[in-house]
Ligand binder design. Structure first.
Ligand SMILES: C[S@@+](CC[C@H](N)C(=O)[O-])C[C@H]1O[C@@H](n2cnc3c(N)ncnc32)[C@H](O)[C@@H]1O
Length: 325
């Protein structure tokens, strides 16, 4: 086994000037979503198409990539990736139960607009299940009144809102086209990439569960394009299960959108093989990198923000100490 290492840069990834053409085996990244999440200055816009053109240049022919996205803007990101020369192969859904709908009570707005006073029907109480410090908790602490609409128009729209509960994050699976004229096999022999690593990402059978298919694989079933944060006992619990990251799991990691390393491990393993090099041009606190070190992959990461870069560096040092002899 070759020595596993990482190379990280505290600078903008645009250009990827440090990296040679056709030198990277896989791309795994969680770029800005362009939705100003928690008012983060770096999340105002989607990345420019340029970074995907740069990524295509450094990726080996046939190399795969996984790119996180938001529900609202994934179409723009997909067009941008496709226009840069990538093939769109699939979209993975990381499904969860605890998403909060971004909505408001429109009926009360209608009363206000019409100059009608809404009826006070009590006060907010803290409801078990709402995040401490979340909206309901805040209203309860402040002793805020609960209202019901009064006007005829508002009553007609009672309960109407602006959004449904979000329950998944999309992750776009892309591929750089195979070298012209090569079959998948010839491409793999020449570039060592071109196929997904289904062997390392199989979902083990549960104890006592009957095996599937005529020729069941001893390691379990092929991973699906749905991943979950929790078991639902609805007959579809055969998916890769990974809870959301606990915000204070590592007290020094203050990145607002850190991803679980267990999830990143699964993704890194799906698009690369041991010893290969994975790139993350938007590494944040370095979760892709930690997953690479844990799984015997080389890692190259870029992060613009010095605070996040320092966190990534610390996490990678710890991981290297822990996993690389
Ligand atoms: C969604 S976060 C990544 C979070 C990461 N997955 C984690 O687990 O910590 C995206 C990161 O991209 C960084 N970023 C934005 N534009 C960049 C650029 N041009 N070059 C490098 N990093 C950039 C932001 O500072 C932010 O930390």
């Amino acid at each position: 086994m070759q020595n596993i290492d990482y190379w990280i840069y505290n600078q903008s990834s645009y250009g990827l000037a440090e990296l040679a053409d056709n030198s990277i085996s896989a791309l795994v990244t969680d770029p800005p979503y362009g939705i100003s999440f928690q008012n983060s200055y770096w999340d105002r816009d989607l990345p420019d198409k340029q970074i995907w053109t740069d990524s295509l240049r450094v990726l080996k022919s046939g190399g795969f990539g996984l790119v996180f996205s938001s529900i609202r803007l994934m179409h723009r990101l997909m067009v941008s990736l496709e226009d840069s020369g990538f093939l769109i192969k699939d979209v993975l859904f990381w499904a969860y139960l605890n998403g909060m709908p971004k909505s408001r009570d429109i009926a009360l707005d209608i009363d206000k607009e019409l100059g009608v006073e809404s009826k006070v029907v009590g006060q907010y109480t803290y409801v078990q299940g709402y995040k401490k410090g979340g909206a309901e908790d805040y209203y309860a602490k402040e002793g805020k009144n609960k209202h019901e609409p009064t006007s005829k128009t508002a009553l007609k729209y009672k309960g109407a809102g602006l959004g449904i509960k979000p329950a998944y994050e999309p992750i776009i699976l892309i591929q750089k086209p195979l070298e012209k004229g090569l079959t998948v096999a010839k491409n793999i022999i020449k570039h060592q990439v071109g196929a997904l690593n289904l062997e390392e990402t199989r979902i083990p059978y549960e104890e006592g569960e009957g095996k599937v298919g005529h020729n069941p694989h001893p390691k379990g079933r092929v991973t699906a394009n749905i991943l979950r944060t929790e078991e639902l006992n609805d007959g579809y619990d055969k998916f890769f299960l990974v809870p959301k990251v606990r915000q204070h799991a590592e007290d020094f990691n203050i990145h607002p959108t850190k991803k679980p390393t267990h999830l990143m491990s699964h993704l890194v393993k799906l698009v690369s093989f041991e010893g290969q090099t994975v790139l993350d041009p938007f590494m944040g606190s370095g979760s892709t990198g930690v997953a690479c070190i844990e799984n015997n992959r080389q890692f190259i990461g870029y992060e613009l923000d010095k605070t996040y870069f320092d966190i990534a560096q610390k996490r990678l040092e710890i991981a290297k100490h822990q996993f690389v002899c």
